[in-house]
Design a binder for this molecule. Structure first.
Ligand code: MN
Ligand code: MN
Length: 261
């Protein structure tokens, strides 16, 4: 099997507003992926063996925008790229690098939080801000958010201003998922899941998505996925590696969806 998906880990959590820890995540997600407790079959029947991944390794980040430079290099081949984070601030430079390669695309963003603050605690690049930066710079044609359950007045105004389509958690219906016509970038914040499924995150926000629902959202995608990130897994908060296993399962399902014709 030839390498078909590029993989990179971004060891960066300096723009977390509450707890550090997500910088430790990428090697632990890889370890869970290769755990002897599971096989490599995704639910669509595809076997996502280690050889499928052109693994570029993990990157220590000295300066925030180095993330964009590293990502551009790792995007040089034809393969779509999956990034393991890291806190959610990394998605702005990740999306910037993808924009330089592909032009504007649609974004599907799954999260408890809208991450639309124009500034947060004095930092315009905080993990609470990436989608404000993405929209201001017109990197996305369309932004659809699912799982949101912390929408502040300011972020609701930002969503109106930029035309963000928000499916709040209280209104979520697996039978009424959004349909896309353009290729998408998928940004998956692990805290979108209920803390019962994903205890290993910095911000426990009860009332979230189940694992099954997130799998349903991924499996429903019918357009090409140009790139994806899995962010905000915080190993310092995990219990029995269950969030590492969850992140690995989501990685496998996203990879399978990327490769599905
Ligand atoms: Mn987020
Ligand atoms: Mn979040």
């Amino acid at each position: 099997m030839t390498k078909k998906i590029a993989l990179q880990g971004i060891l960066f959590d300096e723009k977390s507003s509450y707890l550090r820890g997500p910088a430790l995540a990428p090697p632990l997600i890889r370890k869970a992926y290769h755990s002897a407790s599971v096989n490599y079959f995704a639910e669509n029947g595809m076997e996502i063996l280690p050889e499928v991944f052109d693994d570029k390794g993990d990157f220590e980040i000295k300066a925030y925008f180095d993330i964009q430079k590293i990502t551009s290099k790792n995007l040089a081949s034809k393969s779509p790229l999956i990034t393991l984070g890291g806190d959610h601030s990394i998605s702005y430079p990740l999306v910037k690098a993808h924009y330089e390669k592909y032009g504007a695309f649609d974004i599907l963003h799954i999260d408890a939080h809208a991450d639309l603050y124009s500034i947060f605690e004095g930092d315009i690049y905080s993990h609470a801000c990436p989608f404000a930066r993405i929209l201001e710079n017109k990197l996305a044609k369309r932004l659809v958010q699912i799982g949101i359950r912390t929408l502040s007045k300011h972020q609701a105004e930002q969503a109106d201003k930029f035309g963000v389509e928000i499916i709040q958690m209280k209104d979520f219906d697996l039978n009424q998922l959004p349909e896309f016509t353009n290729p998408i970038y998928l940004s998956l914040d692990i805290d979108a899941l209920d803390p019962a499924f994903a205890p290993g995150v910095s911000h426990h926000e009860p009332g979230g998505l189940s694992t099954r629902e997130v799998l349903g959202i991924i499996q429903h995608i019918k357009v090409p996925i140009l790139g994806a990130d899995i962010v905000e897994y915080n190993p310092t908060r995990d219990i029995q590696d269950m969030t590492a296993m969850l992140s690995a399962k989501l990685l496998k399902e996203i990879a399978a969806k990327m490769l599905q014709k």
